[in-house]
Ligand binder design. Structure first.
Ligand code: ADP
Length: 665
């Protein structure tokens, strides 16, 4: 029996750091966290036995600083480093440095990572190993003329991919030869900034593609097994949104073909540890064993690994640790059984209504359901109420994972879990996720990677403010309600007898204007809200977990949470914020912004396409802003003449001016 580590360092942050720490703690292994200045108060730091600051907030100064991370491991007596996903997890240079320092890297060898690290080389290798590969050009030549002619040979539409790619970055679909050059430029720019490598490959764009991947595991004794497949076809801009296992509609024949190709791929590179073989499937005629192709291998634990854990009942982090100390795989292929159905939804701080722009802010209120009626729920998160989603890292809030006996009940439970999740303080994709779960094609199992884009308009609905939310906010703000521990519903309410019919003033900030209301107690539980439009009567009753407000056209069960300068009303997955007007806000909102375009978020001005004095048309690209590791194109909101424009390369704050139009006189 090999000896388990007594202490490991986790070279990551957020939910994955917390996830790894949990298993280590269960196994009696000591944990060391690393953190940037921005993360000093974060959950992973609080959970670990020890934590080491590795530098300022930007990832290049902290979570990507291999030297500081290794130094922290040596200083704290950690014997091994778990990289999580992202950051240094697939960086062979880091693995070499870890090994050179006399530490164990909890993951595959640097050679395996190198073999699979570049999409083009990996594809050549897989072709040799007899694994089916998407038709395309994976060669060394990078000249525009060569790539364009290869694209023509392959046949449009084609997909340009950064060979160093990941997370959908540097990847662009091209529909016609006319767009090839422009799109190539944009893919290259994104690849350069994300990976420091702007080389690309070009491949056939598969029609009605489904993304099905196979979880594999290898050890240092020549064994490799698979842990079934995951379907990750629900994607937006090539990023996974909802994942599930098993893949809907998969047949035993298809599964056998895919899993054996995956194990073959793992064996071809003597793979050790957790890995994922991603396949693209042409689903135009259902799932056919001759219509799936290798896309790439991820040589690390995936974000969506919990769905595999749920259907197999295994702990993949525990397997990683066992393999890393030199143990054999804990189970043989025959012993790994598939049970039920699991689904995962990625909850992000982002604004679906504004093209999913990452949102930042403090999570003033955050609550997840603790259990579901049919099956199990697991929340993977790295934040708590009061924590902040900063602009420096991925804006993920949590992963909701459900396991149930079958797909239909897993989806029903997921919908329930989503509408019971309460978040105030930042915009989220909660309503979007719930709409996706309810989506007819998705729930019937008819999925493909284009589903979200095709139906975006119906999936992204404007945030609705439920009837009664505003009235509840006004009454809460009037302080005529209290929050006692008592179970007596009426004890919760300050009575008529104490206050008579006195009017309590409340001022809300509505459509940038302050609006005055008066609230009075009519009798126990009945309130009058007066405004310019007269007096409106509502009834409020305290209920387990919140309030029940009724009145003409109102029947709402909701909770409220305090947010800075206001109140949030949370009900069935919606969060409606009401700003309480105060003199300071008032001055800011009425200040004349002029005809200018301001930065929607902090970021770097990557490229500027127009100059002062230029006449521009509505929709024309003015500049490209890089923020949260993504490119955002800023376009002209109307025709006009540019008076001023920001400098290329400048770093801008949220709301700072990017461009100003000449005002017509
Ligand atoms: P990354 O490493 O950046 O995540 P992948 O190669 O894994 O990139 O591809 C990500 C997603 O892009 C896939 O899940 C699939 O939806 C889509 N995709 C990739 N290759 C193709 C292709 N040839 N045709 C159509 N869609 C593709």
């Amino acid at each position: 029996m090999t000896k388990m580590f007594s202490r490991i360092l986790i070279a990551n942050r957020g939910e994955i750091a917390c996830r790894v720490i949990r298993t280590a703690q269960r196994m009696g292994i000591g944990t060391v966290a690393v953190y940037s200045d921005a993360d000093a108060q974060s959950l992973h730091v609080a959970m670990a036995d020890e934590a080491v600051n590795i530098g300022p907030a930007p990832v290049t100064d902290s979570y990507l600083r291999a030297d500081r991370i290794i130094e922290a491991a040596l200083a704290t007596g950690a014997e091994a480093i778990h990289p999580g996903y992202g950051f240094l997890s697939e960086n062979p240079g880091f693995v070499d440095a870890v090994v050179k320092a006399g530490l164990v890297f909890i993951g595959p060898s640097a050679d395996s990572i190198r073999a699979m690290g570049l999409k083009d080389a990996a594809k050549r290798l897989m072709e040799k190993a007899g694994v089916p590969v998407v038709p395309g050009y994976h060669g060394e030549a990078q000249e525009l003329v060569v790539l364009a002619s290869k694209a023509r040979e392959i046949g449009y539409p084609v997909l340009i991919k950064a060979r160093a790619g990941g997370g959908g970055k540097g990847m662009r679909k091209v529909d016609s030869p006319d767009d090839f050059a422009e799109t190539l430029g944009s893919a290259r720019r994104e690849a350069k900034s994300a990976f420091g490598d702007d080389r690309v490959l070009v491949e056939k764009y598969v029609a009605k593609p489904r993304h099905i991947e196979v979880q594999v595991f290898g050890d240092n004794h020549g064994n490799a097994v698979h842990l079934y497949e995951r379907d990750c076809s629900l994607q937006r801009r090539h990023q996974k949104v909802i994942e599930e296992a098993p893949a809907p509609g998969i047949t035993e024949e298809m599964r056998a073909a895919m899993t054996s190709a995956a194990v073959k791929a793992a064996l071809a590179i003597k793979y050790s540890g957790a890995g994922t073989i991603e396949f693209i499937v042409d689903a135009t005629e259902g799932l056919k064993p001759d219509r799936f192709w290798f896309m790439e291998m991820n040589t690390r634990l995936q974000v969506e690994h919990p769905v595999t854990e749920m259907i197999t009942g295994l702990d993949l982090v525990e397997w990683q640790l066992r393999v890393a100390v030199g143990e054999k795989l804990p189970l043989t292929q025959k012993q790994i059984l598939l049970n039920g159905h699991a689904v995962e939804a990625r909850l992000y701080a982002e604004d679906p209504a504004r093209s999913f722009l990452p949102a930042i802010g403090t999570l003033h209120h955050l609550a997840f359901p603790a259990n579901i009626t049919n099956g199990d729920i697991r929340i993977e998160t790295g934040v708590r109420a009061g924590d902040t989603i900063s602009p420096f890292y991925d804006p993920m809030i949590a992963k909701l994972v459900i396991h149930a006996p079958d797909r239909a009940s897993a989806l029903a439970s997921m919908e329930n879990a989503l509408v019971q999740t309460e978040i105030a303080g930042t915009k989220t994709n909660l309503a979007f996720l719930a709409a996706l779960i309810r989506h007819e094609a998705f729930s019937s199992g008819d999925v493909d990677t284009g589903l979200i884009d095709r139906d975006l308009a119906s999936l992204v609905t404007p945030a609705i403010v439920p009837a009664g939310a505003k009235e509840l906010a006004i009454i809460v703000e009037s302080r005529l309600l209290e929050y006692p521990a008592s179970d007596d519903p009426w004890a919760a309410l300050r009575g008529y007898s104490h206050h008579g019919s006195q009017n309590y003033p409340v001022m809300l900030f509505e459509e940038e204007k302050p609006v005055r209301y008066g609230v009075c107690v009519l009798d126990d539980g009945r309130y009058g809200i007066s405004s310019g439009a007269g007096t409106f009567e509502v009834r409020i009753r305290r209920e387990a977990g919140g309030w029940h407000i009724t009145g003409k056209g109102i029947n709402l069960r909701a909770k409220t949470a305090a947010i800075p300068n206001g109140i949030a009303v949370l009900s069935r997955g919606t969060a409606s914020s009401f700003a309480i007007a105060d003199p300071f806000l008032l001055a800011e909102a009425t200040g004349n912004a002029g005809d200018r375009l301001s930065a929607p978020m902090p970021g770097l001005v990557k490229s500027v396409r127009v100059s002062a004095g230029d006449a521009v048309k509505k929709g024309q690209i003015l500049l490209v802003l890089e923020a949260m590791k993504m490119e955002h194109t800023i376009t002209a909101p109307h025709d006009g003449k540019i008076a001023e424009i920001v400098l290329e390369g400048s770093q801008v704050k949220e709301k700072s001016s990017l461009a100003r139009f000449e005002t017509g006189d």
